[in-house]
Design a protein around this ligand. Structure first.
Ligand code: NDP
Length: 335
């Protein structure tokens, strides 16, 4: 079984009729391929952009990064029972290896379960960890004494980005939705403060939490959240545009153009971020550095794991609306 788009174009945000389940025979692996059974489906904001822009062929399984277990292998060094990172999408089974279409930078790999929970291969020990590392450490280079602000602070990327800045000695301020998320960010992740963008006093709360202004802003959201950060930038501030989830339901336009122009007008050094540019050059080094911190608990990571294949569309909509808590994924088979 797999989930596919039931209608195109979908509405600004997915609803109960946006997706449908279809069936297909389980494929046999050709030379250089393996058949895998999906265990975890990663649900990420960019997937909504794929669907709205029509990147996926009509009737094809919805794209997603996945953690899966090998059922049958014609790939050297890969055996039945091995766990892998791959891109099966919202589907119970998939092929990996030669000739299987996938985004170029999402390179399938065998997982080492000793390195961490296998679910983390689509989170802190995978592309989301690398995203946070590339944006925060490589692009923004936070230092002791800096005030660093991270939006969507309790999410898949935000929780890591903030902890990496904290470990550099910066003063870290999160922005999140529900007050429970803000409490988690301060009490569990060790941010210095966290303010809720849902509060009517949000802009004032953020100003109070940043008494010496903002030196680094890790942008996951855009829109009104960005507008509250804008007046607080110090001269020479750095900003990474990692994502702009508040715009992902917009029709057309250049998401982020307004944010970039406004920040640059204040003298902020703005950089765009695309994790795919860092996979080949930095993934292995990142993993070697960060995996021990995750194992020791120095970097903590909350996952929001939903259960069952049928739960995927609702979990996806929840994640887009902020009704998730941590990195969102769905377990569709026992791990
Ligand atoms: P999250 O786990 O953070 O989930 C999305 C969160 O965004 C929600 O939980 C919600 O948190 C927040 N949110 C949603 N809508 C709004 C809104 N209108 N205003 C304010 N907050 C909102 O997702 P990820 O960690 O996977 O992704 C975070 C960002 O990173 C996204 O923008 C994504 O596109 C981007 N990204 C970019 C990559 C790159 O290569 N540049 C790679 C990977 C991710 P809350 O309840 O706290 O508001």
């Amino acid at each position: 079984r797999y989930w596919t788009l039931a209608k195109r174009p979908p509405p600004p945000w997915p609803d109960a009729d946006t997706f449908e389940i279809r069936g297909a025979p389980i494929p046999s692996p050709g030379p250089g391929q393996a058949l895998t059974r999906t265990i975890y489906v990663s649900l990420d904001p960019y997937q909504w952009g794929y669907k709205r822009r029509g990147v996926e062929p009509e009737g094809a399984p919805c794209h997603a990064r996945t953690v899966a277990q090998v059922v049958e292998s014609r790939i050297d060094g890969l055996s039945p029972g091995d766990f892998v990172f791959c891109t099966n999408g919202w589907a119970e089974y998939g092929l990996m290896g030669e000739g299987v279409p996938r985004p170029g930078y999402m390179v399938p790999r065998k997982l080492d379960p000793a390195q961490g929970r296998i679910s983390q291969a689509v989170g802190v020990l995978g592309m989301l960890g690398l995203t946070a590392y590339a944006g925060m450490i490589l692009q923004c280079d936070p230092r002791a004494g800096d005030t660093v602000v991270v939006s969507a602070a309790s999410g898949g990327v935000g929780q890591i980005a903030g902890q990496l800045a904290r470990m550099r000695g910066a003063r870290v301020v999160g922005i999140a939705g529900h007050p429970d998320k803000c409490r988690y960010v301060v009490e569990e992740l060790g941010f210095n403060a966290c303010v809720s963008h849902l509060s009517p006093t949000f802009a004032d709360d953020l100003t109070a939490a940043c008494p010496t202004g903002v030196d680094v802003y890790f942008e996951n959201v855009g829109g009104p959240v960005f507008q509250a950060v804008l007046p607080l930038f110090n001269p020479g501030a750095r900003m990474t545009i990692c994502g702009l989830i508040s715009h992902y339901g917009d029709e057309g336009g250049d998401a982020g153009a307004a944010e970039r122009a406004a920040a640059e007008a204040r003298g902020v050094h703005v950089q765009n971020l695309f994790v795919g540019n860092y996979v080949e050059s930095h993934h292995d080094a990142f993993l070697a550095e960060v995996a021990p911190w995750v194992a020791s608990g120095e970097v903590r990571y909350r996952e929001d794991i939903r259960e069952g294949f049928e739960a995927i569309p609702a979990a996806f909509a929840d994640m887009l609306k902020g009704a998730n808590f941590g990195k969102t994924l769905v377990r569709i088979a026992p791990d």
